[in-house]
Write a new protein. Structure first.
Ligand code: 13P
Ligand code: SF4
Length: 328
């Protein structure tokens, strides 16, 4: 279905967003991978764990989620009485797509002695089939609380699962999903870039494959990488995650230089998340005006998914969203 773009000529979109934010008693949440203009007008910018916490505790009537669908779904699971809108409902995630619920259910049934530790980048149905949800900033804290003799299925991100498995010397059955954005970094181009900047450390997200993570001086969630950028000794950092996070780094530490790690073409543009990029100011304005596209979840499914999310929020307490995966 082709949706005709709305004619917004003559409308001051930013002023209208401000008016509607107050009129609707709305809170605007944005992930670090959103366009700078969305980050700049958000009430809160954060990583997946921080955004889940904000969504659970806000007293706003409307949550306008500038992120992807599984994030808006999480907000609705945790705050069912609020209206949750996502500027573009097609903002999905390759990890979510890689893990159809019926296949995940069959996988679980084939391994009845395993618990499912599941990355938050998945559908509500998969959350409902899981025991504990993790984000990249809470995964380490949570994994350490699971008894060593407990067998674990980790999905859907095989790179995050593989990273945890190697770091903790703990075998896990890995679901074979990947993030297409982090998968696109090129080791050859990264090494060329490091040769040009021999004193610059590399910070990588654990969604990156091992041939990227193995070169990193720091591995962590988006908020962890941001924290590392603020505290590292040098003045230049190579950033191996979605490049829109560099906006927050430039705002926080304008004197330092941040270089996006390159993709196979030597250009970091192929590492822009195509799903996150669907959201823009105009769609946010329309979402606040029309209170649509709205996220709705059937109540039985919501309650089932909430159990594994609540477990995460309990087990992650103390995790302040600062990249618990930490330095390697
Ligand atoms: P975090 O912000 O939790 O690090 O997640 C990264 C990501 O890929 C979100 O889709
Ligand atoms: Fe999904 Fe990767 Fe985009 Fe995050 S960056 S939303 S994991 S495709």
């Amino acid at each position: 279905m082709t949706v005709m773009p709305a004619d917004l000529s003559g409308i001051d979109v930013r002023a209208e967003i401000e008016r509607l934010r107050k009129e609707r008693n709305a809170v605007i949440l944005a992930h670090y991978y959103q366009k700078p203009e969305l980050q700049d007008l958000a009430d809160f910018v954060g990583d997946s764990l921080e955004l889940s916490r904000k969504a659970a505790e806000t007293d706003a009537d409307v949550i306008a989620f500038c992120g992807v669908k599984f994030m808006a779904d999480t907000a609705k699971i945790l705050s069912p009485d609020k209206i949750v809108v996502l500027p573009d409902l097609d903002a999905g995630c390759s990890l979510e797509d890689s893990c159809p619920p019926e296949k995940f259910r069959a996988f679980r049934e084939a391994h009845p002695d395993h618990i499912a530790l599941t990355y938050i980048n998945c559908s509500t149905e998969v959350k409902a089939l899981s025991d504990v949800i993790v984000t990249s900033s809470s995964a380490e804290t949570i994994l350490q609380q699971i008894p060593l003799d407990q067998k674990i299925i980790f999905g859907p991100d095989r790179h995050l699962g593989g990273y945890l498995s190697r770091k903790f010397n703990r075998e896990m059955l890995l679901w074979p999903g990947v993030c297409i954005v982090h998968e696109a970094f090129s080791e050859t181009e990264l090494l060329k870039l490091r040769a040009q900047h021999p004193n610059a450390p590399i910070a990588a997200h654990p969604e990156c494959p091992p041939h990227i993570v193995d070169h990193a001086d720091y591995v962590g969630s988006t908020s962890g990488i941001l924290q590392y950028a603020k505290t590292m000794a040098g003045d230049t950092l190579i950033v191996a995650t979605e490049p829109h996070i560099i906006h927050q780094m430039q705002l926080a530490i304008p004197d330092k230089t941040f270089i996006g790690a390159p993709g196979a073409d030597g250009n970091c543009n192929c590492n822009i998340c195509p799903y996150m990029a669907l959201n823009n100011l105009e769609k946010l304005y329309l979402a606040l005006r029309d209170l649509t596209p709205r996220v709705e979840i059937e109540e039985g499914l919501r309650l089932a998914a909430k159990k594994s999310l609540d477990r995460m929020l309990d087990m992650a307490s103390g995790t302040i969203g600062q990249g618990d995966l930490g330095s390697r």
